[in-house]
Design a protein around this ligand. Structure first.
Ligand code: SAH
Ligand code: SF4
Ligand code: F3S
Length: 476
């Protein structure tokens, strides 16, 4: 972990002033430090998507700002923050089970403070559950108010209060300190929330409506990162294609990207996620002409059946999806396209599922993330009558994976013999003899030649698998 701090902008805006609470928290960490002669420790655990990773970097940044050191060891922590996800039932179960395991840490160290943050606790029933059944949890912080962390911590440590407040506030808090996990790869949220209400999805309920950051704030943050040596920057939003529509002076995502591309330096820009209904030709044109935007596109399909797409409230059909897909392949030859697919959505017939398989054959994605539909309390799809039995979902999921593995393997095989520019991620976690990195299309590459994380290398691709490429470094 790299102890590097960057501020996302000059000062908090659009949010309640936290300064008095920050002072209280600093006094608290000072007294802990004085009592034991060492800095108090904070452990942050993250579930969910990159937006949550980015939020955790802000939580960690705020923790450091008020006097904590970040630790990897929960058993040494004075403060534990669990940043949760609610996208599927499994994600919630894992988070609750981990929080449950921290009970014995609290028993050993009664001054330990445990906070649960993120999407799961933006749901009333989960807050109630934590309040009732997890008495050792001191506070919850829903995603949209993470900047209030010093306030909740201050209330906990000074008044011994448990804070379970249902905040209905959705702001864009600028200026929070950020403690980035990596010294070369950075996530930059450009907007928060979602307006789409896909019928299966909890996100609009837990993250609120779309709020875009001002383009100047985004540009300043990216510039600072590039100057600090970051070489891989990912812009984040639930649907980046609707970026800027809510701003006083509207600014399209394509024009934001064009302005960011003007920043000088040796870096690559990724973005996610794009909703097919809003992905524009203008955006593809900007990508084609850009110097820094990666030739990769994540375009979630969800289903290949027009009937299911309509029940999912996705506002596009196969034809519209293929139209934008074909355009990007035409304008940016070699572009890597990845997607998300849900199997077993309520009412999905065998014929609907076959339509999804036929779309995979036609679209030839480089890779997909596939999910078994998980009913989410409060969403329209959860109340649909024709839920699909688990065995049918599992069988379809296996068929989907088998087909996609074949397609991914074939797509990767086309790269054998080519030379790819690869950003090294350093030593592989599983094999000390091997190094890993990613191509500009975000494909994983394994190679043997030592190369520190964060460096660009040219790699000759010798061999391909469905999920990775293997090669030899030819130049650094
Ligand atoms: N904003 C992004 C997706 C965020 S969630 C977008 O619109 O593409 C990431 C993925 O999780 C979704 O694309 C979808 O495939 C999957 N997902 C969301 N809700 C789900 C649910 N209830 N069950 C199963 N998968 C789900
Ligand atoms: Fe969920 Fe749809 Fe919004 Fe994506 S676009 S976050 S799938 S509601
Ligand atoms: Fe999960 Fe929230 Fe992301 S529900 S997928 S952490 S937006």
């Amino acid at each position: 972990m790299v102890d590097k701090h960057l501020r996302s902008s000059d000062g908090p805006t659009g949010a309640v002033d936290m300064t008095p609470y920050i002072s209280v928290c600093r006094a608290h960490t000072e007294s802990l430090r004085a009592a034991r002669g060492a800095a108090p420790q904070c452990f942050v655990l993250t579930f969910g998507c990159q937006q949550n990773v980015a939020d955790s970097e802000k939580l960690a940044g705020m923790a450091v700002d008020i006097g904590y050191e970040i630790t990897d060891a929960p058993e040494q922590a004075d403060l534990i923050l669990v940043n949760t996800c609610a996208i599927r039932e499994h994600a919630e179960k894992r988070a609750l089970s981990i929080v449950g395991q921290y009970k014995h840490l609290k028993e050993k160290n009664p001054s330990l403070v445990i906070g649960v943050c993120g999407c799961m606790v933006a749901q009333e029933h989960r807050c109630e559950q934590l309040k009732r059944s997890y008495p050792y949890v001191s506070f919850v912080i829903p995603t949209s108010v993470i900047y209030r962390f010093p306030q909740y911590l201050a209330e906990t440590v000074t008044k011994g209060k448990r804070v379970f407040r249902a905040e209905e506030e959705h702001t864009v808090a600028e200026g929070l300190p950020i403690r980035r996990e990596s010294s070369y790869r950075a996530f930059v949220s450009i907007m928060y929330g979602c307006n789409n209400f896909c019928s299966y999805c909890i996100v609009p309920y837990v993250r609120g409506r779309e709020r875009s950051r001002a383009p100047e704030d985004v540009i300043r943050e990216v510039k600072t990162l590039v100057q600090a040596g970051y070489s891989d920057i990912t812009l984040l939003g639930q649907n980046v294609n609707s970026y800027g529509k809510d701003l006083e002076e509207p600014c399209s995502f394509a024009s934001l990207l064009r302005r960011l591309d003007g920043i000088e330096g040796d870096y690559i820009l990724h973005f996610m996620t794009s909703h097919p209904k809003d992905a524009t030709r203008e955006l593809i044109d900007v990508m084609a002409q850009s110097r820094h935007v990666a030739h990769s596109f994540h375009l979630p399909l969800q289903s290949g059946s027009d009937r299911i797409l309509s029940r999912m409230n996705r506002h596009y059909d196969r034809a519209k999806y293929l139209d934008i897909l074909d355009y990007m392949r035409e304008q940016i030859p070699g572009i890597a396209v990845t997607s998300d697919v849900i199997v077993g959505f309520p009412g999905e017939s065998e014929a609907d599922f076959e339509d999804t398989l036929s779309m995979l054959r036609r679209a030839r994605f480089d890779m997909i993330y596939s999910f078994i539909y998980s009913p989410r309390k409060g969403t329209p799809a959860a109340a649909m009558e024709d839920q699909i039995p688990r065995e049918v979902q599992n069988a379809r999921f296996d068929r989907l994976l088998a087909l996609q593995n074949e397609i991914s393997g074939e797509a990767n095989a086309l790269l054998v013999g080519s030379v790819q520019r690869v950003l090294s991620e350093g030593k592989s976690k599983n094999d000390a003899e091997t190094y890993t990195g990613r191509t500009a299309q975000n494909k994983i590459v394994f190679f043997k030649e030592p190369c520190p994380a964060g460096e660009w290398v040219s790699v000759h691709i010798d061999r391909a698998e469905a999920f990775a490429l293997h090669g030899t470094v030819i130049t650094k």
